[in-house]
Write a protein that binds this ligand. Structure first.
Ligand code: MN
Length: 416
């Protein structure tokens, strides 16, 4: 029998007592503040703190804030103790919260009655390119199967620096960008709305503990700098990208909007789903090599709902384990030159594609650059996303009698 809460949690809920993800919520009648999700409710951490339950765990007033940055900066021993306090307070056996009607009335909010915000102030954002099948598919389209991977790809986790200011929380409408594109047969570029609008199914992790400039984080210490993981949709304008990306990489094709899910799933919650990272060949250089490097068994899906559809349709199913490079390797590589990461920085996986056609993580691959359109249950077809389409990404780890869910990241596309 898995651990139970006195709060009623349906068996298919994303948020049982084993999960306890952190987010920032805003009640209709109050300021934004940190909470943890439990079933269909949110436990207000500023109230729990005010009543002294974190007295022996954190600095005072860590949760009297509209972001989680200060808590993230405290490091894994504090995160673990905080989780223990919360699991104890919420467990079916403990009466402290369960039997205190006044406390319960103040401390709990219904998720469907609040607005979720970004969980942290994101100072910097980096997007990796760590799925072998994604890199191989895209490389095959551009250069053919013999030269699909660039020579560096299996030696280092390739990435680009993205833009933090345009990261938005799930539910935010996504405006189709305008930009320069050059049709293949045209002699000069044209300006207008993107005609090949895409999603990218990704996850991203939040940096907790930062590092000082000039002080790399070793591969063995990297895990202790990672607070937790969210779902991410890296909206992409492929036609803008094709014309602008050489020689310095993605720019306006990517930085107009990036959506993330509101709840951060901690590494503590993911621990039962830890798996060994698959063997890498060639063996990575020693600064990227760690005994028992790890990944997680996280199932991931993308669903598309057009304006005509009554229900979303699943268009891809993939898994976090399809990432070739581990999150520890990504963090160690990012800091190896002395680059300083800060609490609240966001490091994304890159599109997560699997080996099969059904597990490709973006329209570019699913329709093979538009040559093989997706056929939808409504009778419609899609080469790319259209205005009025809603794209949602979900993720979960299936436990024995419970699931560690990520909620979702969702966005509806509106015309420019
Ligand atoms: Mn991306």
């Amino acid at each position: 029998m898995p651990l139970q809460s006195f709060i009623d949690v349906p068996p298919d809920s994303d948020f049982p007592i084993q999960n306890l993800p952190y987010g920032i919520f805003k009640p209709n009648d109050g300021a934004a503040r940190p909470g943890v999700a439990i079933g269909e409710l949110i436990l207000d951490l500023s109230v729990v703190e005010e009543l002294g339950h974190f007295r022996d765990v954190t600095a005072p007033r860590i949760f009297a804030s509209d972001s989680l940055n200060a808590f993230m900066a405290l490091g894994r021993p504090v995160w673990k103790k905080t989780r223990q306090v919360l699991q104890k307070l919420l467990s079916a056996e403990n009466g402290t919260l369960r039997d205190n009607t006044e406390f319960r009335a103040r401390a709990f909010h219904k998720q469907n009655e609040v607005t979720m915000q970004l969980p942290a102030r994101i100072g910097d954002y980096t997007d990796f390119y760590s799925s072998y099948h994604h890199a191989h598919n895209v490389g095959t389209m551009l250069r053919g199967p013999e030269n699909a991977l660039m020579p560096n790809w299996k030696w280092l986790p390739v990435a680009y620096h993205g833009r933090a200011s345009s990261i938005v929380v799930s539910g935010t409408e996504v405006k189709r960008p305008h930009g320069q594109t050059k049709p293949p047969d045209a002699s000069a570029p044209v300006f207008g709305p993107s005609k090949s609008f895409d999603f990218e199914l990704e996850t991203a992790f939040f940096v907790g503990l930062g590092n000082s400039i000039g002080r790399p984080v070793s591969i063995d210490q990297a895990e202790d700098h990672i607070f937790g993981i969210v779902l991410m949709n890296d909206w992409s304008a492929r036609d803008i990208q094709t014309w602008e990306y050489q020689p310095l990489g993605p720019f306006l094709a990517k930085n107009f909007c990036t959506s993330i899910s509101p709840w951060i799933i901690t590494l503590e919650a993911l621990e039962p789903f830890r798996q060994n990272l698959s063997a890498q060949g060639p063996a990575p250089l020693s600064y990227l090599k760690r005994a028992n490097d790890f990944t997680f068994d996280i199932q991931l899906e993308a669903r598309l709902q057009t304006a005509k559809m009554r229900e979303p349709q699943t268009i891809t199913r993939t898994n976090f384990q399809n990432l070739y490079w581990s999150i520890a390797q990504q963090l160690a590589h990012h800091t190896v030159n002395g680059c300083n990461l800060q609490p609240g920085d966001l490091l994304a996986s890159g599109t997560i594609s699997g080996p099969t056609e059904e597990s490709r993580g973006c329209m570019l691959e699913l329709t093979w650059r538009g040559t093989n359109p997706l056929k939808l249950s409504s009778g419609e077809s899609r080469k790319w996303l259209e205005d009025g389409d809603t794209l949602s990404i979900t993720g979960w780890c299936q436990g024995d009698g419970y699931r560690i869910g990520f909620g979702e990241v969702s966005g509806c596309i509106i015309g420019a």
